[in-house]
Design a protein. Structure first.
Lengths: 115, 113
């Protein structure tokens, strides 16, 4: 059974720091991996999606990497800003015809960026 | 673009009442799903659908029903609300092929008293 773990559970950094959020999964047979952002009381916004055949994806100050063999993904945020404060969630899509859209979720990393 | 629209945003129910959470998407996505989010437990899949007329159970289906009569709509029905169903509910949609990026609604915060 796929399990997704995110470390750390919470992180507080000063503005301007570069930071890394970690996501690990137990079954390397995945279809894709997505990173989401969730603001308090709000829905989930997709940040980056990495297909199983890809190693990384970039969007602005965000870079996500995927190492299927070791069951790990990292989300790198460059030059953090107070507006980056949110909870970041990692979700893994299963890899078979019946499960390739079922997402298994980590519990998230709550990020606070202090001015 | 509307994306995924959920209604209502907030709801309070009494134990035993029934209600329907609405979800609509305008992206012509085949795949739609419902999750609940609870503190310390993350998001858990309730029901999902791979296309109109096809639904299946997820991880925590008990107490919930779904139907998919059109590609756009995927309502979630609570048959007889219980306090254990107090949660935040999210609807999501994606294409079945290709990138399969998931898009989420803003959520429905449900309290059962």
């Amino acid at each position: 059974k796929q399990e997704v773990t995110q470390i750390p559970a919470a992180l507080s950094v000063p503005e301007g720091e570069n930071l890394v959020l970690n996501c690990s999964f137990t079954d390397s047979a995945i279809y894709n991996l997505q990173w989401f952002r969730q603001d308090p009381g709000k829905g989930l916004t997709s940040l980056l999606l990495i297909q199983s055949s890809q190693r990384e994806q970039t969007s602005g100050r965000l870079n996500a990497s995927l190492d299927k063999s070791s069951g790990r993904s990292t989300l790198y945020i460059a030059a953090s800003q107070p507006g980056d404060s949110a909870t970041y969630l990692c979700a893994v899509g299963g890899n078979n015809a019946g499960n390739n859209r079922k997402l298994i979720w980590g519990l998230g990393t709550s990020l606070g960026v202090n001015p | 673009n509307a994306g995924v629209t959920q209604t209502p945003k907030f709801q309070v129910l009494k134990t035993g009442q029934s209600m329907t959470l609405q979800c609509a998407q305008d992206m012509n996505h085949e795949y739609m799903s419902w999750y609940r989010q609870d503190p310390g437990m993350g998001l858990r899949l309730i029901h999902y659908s791979v296309g109109a007329g096809i639904t299946d159970q997820g991880e925590v289906p008990n107490g919930y029903n779904v139907s998919r009569s059109t590609t756009e709509d995927f309502p979630l029905r609570l048959l007889s609300a219980a306090p254990s169903q107090t949660s935040v509910y999210f609807c999501a949609s994606s294409y079945s092929g290709g990138r399969a990026e998931a898009f989420f609604g803003q959520g429905t915060r449900l309290t059962v008293v």
